[in-house]
Design a protein around this ligand. Structure first.
Ligand code: KG4
Ligand code: ZN
Length: 330
């Protein structure tokens, strides 16, 4: 059973071939970072145009690398939500054309669920139920994975997503785009206790990051106005430590409340070294099992889409050729 999967929800154009759910035969990702860098962030219009340009070449490449023919493909899968609408539409439309011409079923995949599914690739033992923390540029959520295609959203962010705040803080500090990894690198040379940043309050297991973001922006303005020399590394380290502690505190209290000992980390921000190390340490102390994706599966890719699509396929979650994309998550 081979699935050809397509991901174009943001600024990565990606295609993969996945066999029997968890075996990645090929995964090609074109990161558009360079195309957006000069603008300091993703420009939706440019992302769509770039996807259009790249998609057919990447499908060919994925097929070739997997050493299969298009006629060997049993199913076409595509991220249909959430994401940038114009970007999603490129992948969805291409997938429809392929499914139509090959006369194969079409499976729509939710981007957030596919991030969770990235964890199945390297861990054959991982299976639901478990509790997932999904942290990306667009989402911050704690999700009960009741079964492969059955989810219960426990909490979300009231305002900004954590990845978005990493990107914003990086921009304010003049570190550039993409911000997450730049903050991480800068923080390595900084003192994380240099500044006491606020730990925002949000009810229950919900997140809130706008207070932290504003606090960093105000701090930078204050230092600039006073004429002092700004220590970027210290601010990056203090910010990163606070953001990571917010995520870990909420996630672990949700785990306790909902009685989960099997935990999974997912999404672009799960590449963050401090988050990975701190969470590994805390879960070890509590005798919890933690699964984190290999670095290559943290950011957007199509392999994770093919993996989730396999379970959607088994549950007959097919789309007809009038499938539309949606920018909203659910
Ligand atoms: O999942 P993803 O690739 O795209 C979305 O679905 O949004 O996540 C991208 C986000 C960006 O905000 C990026 O800055 C962040 O993940 N990110 C990181 C790191 N690597 C990527 N954030 C913190 N530390 C990192 N090492
Ligand atoms: Zn993503």
């Amino acid at each position: 059973m081979k699935i050809l999967s397509i991901e174009t929800s943001c600024d990565e154009t990606a295609v993969a071939v996945v066999k029997n759910g968890r075996e990645v035969l090929s995964s090609v990702v074109y990161s558009q970072i360079k195309d957006h860098q000069v603008f300091g962030g993703v420009v939706p219009e440019i992302a769509s145009r770039k996807h259009i340009e790249l998609i057919s070449g990447l499908v060919e490449e994925a097929i070739k690398k997997a050493e299969v023919n298009l006629s060997d493909i049993d199913c076409i899968a595509v991220t249909s939500s959430p994401g940038l609408i114009g970007a999603l539409l490129v992948g969805v439309n291409f997938a429809k054309g392929l499914a139509y011409s090959l006369k194969k079923p079409l499976v729509p995949v939710n981007h957030i669920y596919s991030h969770i599914a990235a964890n199945y690739i390297d861990n054959p033992e991982l299976k639901p139920p478990f509790l997932a923390l999904v942290v990306s540029g667009g989402h911050t959520q704690i999700i009960e994975v009741l079964d492969y295609t059955k989810f219960n959203i426990i909490s979300t962010t009231r305002d900004d997503a954590v990845g978005e705040v990493f990107d914003k803080v990086a921009r304010v500090l003049g570190l550039g785009y993409p911000g997450g990894v730049k903050i991480q690198d800068s923080a390595k040379n900084g003192d994380d206790s240099a500044y006491n940043l606020p730990f925002p309050k949000a009810d229950g297991f919900d997140f809130s990051f706008s207070g932290l973001k504003t606090a960093v922006i105000n701090l930078v303005h204050k230092i600039n106005q006073s004429g002092e020399k700004i220590n970027i590394n210290n601010i990056a380290a203090s910010f990163q430590k606070t953001a990571v502690e917010i995520l870990i505190t909420k996630f672990l209290s949700a785990a306790k409340n909902y009685n989960y000992k099997n935990l999974v980390l997912a999404g672009g921000v799960s590449a963050n070294e401090l988050l990975r190390n701190r969470l590994l340490k805390e879960t070890k102390l509590k005798n919890y099992k933690l699964q984190i994706p290999a670095l290559r599966w943290c950011g957007d890719n199509a392999a994770m889409v093919g993996v989730q699509a396999y379970y959607e396929y088994l549950n007959n979650n097919f789309a007809s050729l009038d499938l539309n994309a949606s920018s909203r998550a659910f």
